[in-house]
Structures are given as C-alpha cells and as structure tokens.
Design a protein around this ligand. Structure first.
Ligand code: UD1
Length: 424
C-alpha cells in the first residue's frame, strides 16, 4: 500500500541532466476503470500491472466497503471478487478522494438496480460536472435524484434498457460509466460522442473479455449489445501514457538522454510530434522510446485536447518545459477550465508565464531558481518537480502527496535517473 497521508515534501537539488532508463508503470486511469468493472460480475477479475499509487488504494478501500473482496498480490496484481456486494452506496469520504470512484455507479446500477454516491472528488482542476454520467443513466431508464449530498439512481424491476445516449461532452469517465452500465442493459445502446481515450478503449476490451458485446471501440460511436451476465477475466493494465510523457518531457527539459521502457508507443503521436517540434530527438522502438535533447529547445505552441490531441494531463509538465525554450509559446487548454494552478508556482521560481482564462503565454528561456513551492494537483506537482530539476539551487516542494496519486515509485525512479532529492 502507498501512503495516503496528506502533506509530504521533496527537497530537490537543481541542475541535473537525466540519464539512464526508466520503466513505465501501469496506467492510473485504466487501472481505476478496470477495478470498477469488477463490480459487474460475481466472478473473479484479476488484473496485472496495477500501479502502487494512492488512487488505487483509495478505490480498493471503496470497493471493500461495498463488499468486494480485494487482494493485492505482490508484483503488481490485484484480485477482485464482487460476488458478496451488499452495499450500494459509496462512502462520501472515499468518493471525495478520487474522481474515478464515481465509476462504481454505472456497474452497481446495472447489476443491482440501485446506486448512490456523493459527487466525486479528485484534482481541483475546474468544474468537474457529472451531468453526462447521470443523463446517460436516465436515458437507459434509471431515475436519478439528488437526496441531500448524494445522487441516488434506481431502475425498475426490469433493470436498465438500451438506448441512444448522446454525450454532451466526450467525458472519459462518463463514457466509461455509461458503457459499463450498458453492458448489462436490456437491448442495444449507442453512445454518441463517446470519448476515444486509450483507457476507454482498454476498458471496452476488458469488458468484452468478460462477455460484453461492444463494437466501435476507439470511435466516437460505441455500440453495446446488452447481455444477461458478465463473467470473470484476467487483464493487464496498459502502460501509463501520462507517466511516459512526464519522463519524456523531463529528459528534453534537462538536456538528458533517457530510455523509457514499456512505453505505450502507439498512443503517443501528439506528444512525440510536439517534442520533436522543440528540437528533441525521439527514437521509437517496440515498447520503448529513447528521448534525448540538447540546447537550444525551441518554443512551440499547443492545445490540450481530448485524445488523440495532446493530453490535458501533460499540459502543466509541457508548460514547465517551455520555460526553457527559446521564444514565446502559447498554450490553450481545451478540456478543463482550471488547469492553470501550476502557473503561480512556476512564477515563484522565476518563470515568465502569464495566464488568462484557459490560455497561457510562456516566454523563455528563463533561469529558474530554487524556492519553496507547492504541488497543487498531481500534474501541477509534476510541473514544479520538472522545474526543480533545472532550477539553480534547492527547491522545496510541499504537498507531494498529490504526486503519489499518479506516479508509482517516483522517488526511486528519479534517483535512478540522477536526481538528488530527499523526501520528508
Ligand atoms: C479523466 C481522467 C483525467 C483526465 C481527464 C481528461 C480518470 C480517472 N481521470 O477525468 O486524468 O485529465 O479524463 O482526459 O480517468 N464534463 C462535463 N460533464 C460531465 C463530465 C465531464 O461537462 O458529466 C467535462 C468536464 O467539465 C471537463 C471535461 O468534460 O471539462 C473533461 O472531463 P472528463 O473527460 O469527464 O474527465 P474525467 O473523466 O474526470
């Protein structure tokens, strides 16, 4: 288990050039969705390559509170059996820790006809509504009501009915929630304007391995033919594309040379394209990337977009890189309305960034200096960590528990690549 204590601090010595190799862990967002899928069957779901991150711990705890038997097996596997589920309401303190937890709603509703939860938590990266999830359930015949702090969803005796569901926004977890619910609905569901993120595709494949009948995987139109029951399966969590991007950006930013092993090379087009535009060298091999760069780094502009565009989760780390690039870079955030938390922290380190609404303008290169900053969310935390690597002197980063939510064995991987740091 990882620590889920709030706080924690890194003391990072700047001026490092990353060299060596790093192994990518299993993807947070695939693992979390796949864990929720275990609720759809009374048979065992066995996942390998599950990362040791605090979001997995908090979702495990939530599943246990519902009656799921969850067993962590050393080496990164997770065995889950939801045959004994007897609670259909997610505890508020656990749901508020982790936004992915709201994805227990679709499976509980589909299999048991009832589900309740407070609105989900997660990073403070803007308004994170759940209307897309709820209207999907309603389209399939559920009645959803707000009872105090909780959303309560119920079906009639016949359960959910297949429907044509339009997603007002191609929400990642919304698509996953509605898709999971549709697997056990009576009849056919079409999800229009579905999210196409690789983690959504991987979830669909896992569900099919459990007996679901989903087609259109990877497109914005998912077709789900409901079945009576799903069975157990074994699945491997895909490598984390955001972790891959973070290490690749760090390699470029420090003028280093890093081999990134077990990288999901086939889903990194936007990242590779943009890094090459900065002048970085990227060699792709089966399951690995070699990333190396030397000064000067060129300024590039980008938009953070739904897949296959550049991931919003890489916006902040990429912005940190651009503080070292020669020229002016313009960034537009198109997914979340408050991704700019990192700006104030990078400015404390000397970065020249101005942000207006969902855009930022970065001028570089700037000489960053070590100071005291905070990890304000998991990706804003990655941005200041990257900045600390190139800063002059020592940077103290508070609240690094945010990084524990999404980066497995971070201290160990940083040290192996040459970063001098202490954790307190
Ligand atoms: C998931 C990822 C997160 C990533 C994000 C976007 C998980 C656990 N987290 O978050 O790491 O940054 O995708 O790739 O998988 N929206 C609505 N209505 C809804 C739901 C969302 O309007 O009902 C809007 C949000 O306000 C936001 C946008 O959709 O602007 C993206 O949110 P969404 O795709 O739902 O992100 P998450 O699934 O929460």
């Amino acid at each position: 288990m990882t620590t889920r204590l709030r706080g924690g601090k890194y003391v990072v010595q700047g001026g490092v050039v990353l060299r060596g190799a790093v192994d990518i862990s299993g993807a947070k967002n695939h693992a979390l969705a796949a864990m929720c899928a275990a609720l759809l069957t009374d048979e065992e779901v066995f996942l390998t390559n599950v990362p040791y991150i605090s979001d997995v711990d908090s979702l495990s705890e939530l599943l246990v509170s519902l009656g799921v038997v969850v067993e962590r097996i050393p080496g990164g596997s997770l065995r889950m059996n939801a045959s004994g589920v007897n609670v259909f309401e997610a505890p508020t303190e656990l749901i508020s820790e982790n936004r992915a937890s709201f994805q227990v709603m679709g499976p509980l509703l589909a299999r048991h006809g009832f589900a309740a939860s407070a609105p989900p938590g997660g990073d403070v990266i803007g308004q994170r509504p759940i209307d897309v999830h709820l209207s999907g359930f309603e389209a399939m015949g559920a009645v959803v009501e707000r009872e105090g702090e909780r959303f309560v969803a119920r079906t009639g005796a016949a359960g959910l009915t297949g429907a044509r569901v339009f997603m007002d926004y191609p929400s990642v977890s919304g698509t996953q929630n509605v898709m999971m619910a549709a697997t056990l609905a009576r009849g056919h569901t079409t999800i229009v304007n579905a999210a196409t993120e690789p983690e959504v595709q991987e979830l669909a494949l896992l569900l099919n391995a459990m007996g679901a009948r989903i087609t259109g995987i990877g497109s914005q139109m998912l077709e789900v033919e409901g079945v009576d029951r799903l069975h157990g399966t074994t699945g491997r969590v895909m490598p984390d594309r955001i972790e891959t991007g973070t290490w690749a950006i760090a390699a470029v930013m420090t003028g280093g040379d890093v081999v990134i092993r077990d990288a999901p090379v086939g889903v990194l087009d936007a990242l590779i394209h943009k890094l090459r535009a900065t002048g970085a060298h990227i060699e792709e091999a089966e399951g690995a990337l070699r990333v190396h760069a030397e000064a000067p780094i060129r300024a590039v502009s980008f938009q953070a977009l739904p897949y296959p565009g550049l991931a919003t989760d890489l916006h902040a780390p990429f912005a940190a890189l651009l503080t070292q690039a020669a020229g002016v870079s313009i960034i537009h955030e198109r997914v979340f309305d408050n991704r700019m938390l990192y700006v104030s922290e990078l400015r404390k380190m000397g970065a020249e960034i101005v942000s207006t609404g969902s855009s930022a303008i970065v001028s570089g290169p700037t000489l960053l200096h070590g100071t005291r900053v905070r990890a304000l969310d998991v990706r804003a935390g990655a941005a200041v960590l990257l900045a600390a690597m190139v800063a002059q002197g020592t940077t103290i980063i508070d609240d690094v528990y945010h990084l524990d939510r999404g980066y497995e064995r971070l201290d160990e991987k940083l040290r192996a690549l040459g970063v001098e740091l202490e954790r307190h």
